[in-house]
Every structure is written in C-alpha cells, then in structure tokens.
Design a protein around this ligand. Structure first.
Ligand SMILES: [Zn+2]
Length: 144
C-alpha cells in the first residue's frame, strides 16, 4: 500500500533531480539527468495513481459503513425484555411510541441478521413474522 508520504517523496525526488540538472552543460550528463528525472516522475505518477485508487476504495467503504450504521440505528429504538416465562423479545422503548409507531415487539434473532421483524403477540407466545423464533409469555393452560 502506497502512503501519501511515499508519493510526496517521489515528487520531491524528481524536483531535486531536475533542480540539480539545470546547470549541467555536458550533453551526456544532461541526458542521464533527464532520464533520471523522467524515472522519478514515473514513480511519482504510479504512487499518485495508487493513492487515487485507495481514495476511491475508502469512499466506497465509508459509504457502506454509513449505510450499515443507519440500518443498525433502527434497533436503538428497542430494548431487550424478558417475558414472564423467560423468553426474550425486543420491545419498542416508550419514548419512540407515537400514533404512527404503536407499541410493538421485534425479533432478537432476526435483529442479529440486520432484519427488523415484528413479533405479534399470540395467546401464549410472541411469534416472529419472519423466522421460527417465538417467546412464551403465558403458560399454556391445559384442560384438566
Ligand atoms: Zn425472527
């Protein structure tokens, strides 16, 4: 991986070579100096192109991370809650309850996969609408 320091050093090197070559009068020495300057500029160009590539990769990575963060922020509205029967669900926090967002629970298993799945409350269980996970909230009453 090329660093910015390397690219700057390559440009500086080319500059120093060009500067020391400007007073050369001997044709052979001048040709050699020009060739060295061109080599140094070529190195600088390669280093800069590699930096540009890294820059684009970082922009992509940054975009992906931001998208991932905003997906995960949705889950900040929920808290883990244990049901009376020892099951676990994620309950919408009171401060996020609005007319458009009534109290509800979501699935902790789906959350781990980045999915927000509502768990409707059945007679004895909260059951995930997307996976097999369920959490018992009331002991079933068996006929005696
Ligand atoms: Zn689920």
């Amino acid at each position: 991986m090329t660093g910015i320091g390397e690219a700057v050093a390559a440009v500086r090197g080319a500059y120093a070579l060009a500067r020391s070559a400007k007073d050369i009068t001997d044709k052979v020495k001048l040709d050699t100096a020009v060739s060295e300057v061109l080599d140094a500029l070529g190195n600088a160009q390669s280093a800069l192109l590699e930096l540009q590539q890294q820059h684009f990769e970082l922009i992509d990575e940054n975009r992906e991370l931001k998208a991932k963060m905003s997906r995960e922020e949705r889950f900040d509205q929920y808290r883990l809650k244990e049901t009376p029967q020892g099951g676990f669900i994620l309950e919408l926090k009171d401060e996020y309850v609005t007319a458009d967002n009534p109290p509800h629970n979501i699935c902790p298993v789906c959350k781990e996969e980045g999915k927000l799945s509502v768990m409707p409350k059945g007679r004895n269980h909260y059951s995930c609408s997307a996976c097999d996970y369920s959490a018992e909230h009331t002991q079933p009453v068996w006929p005696v």
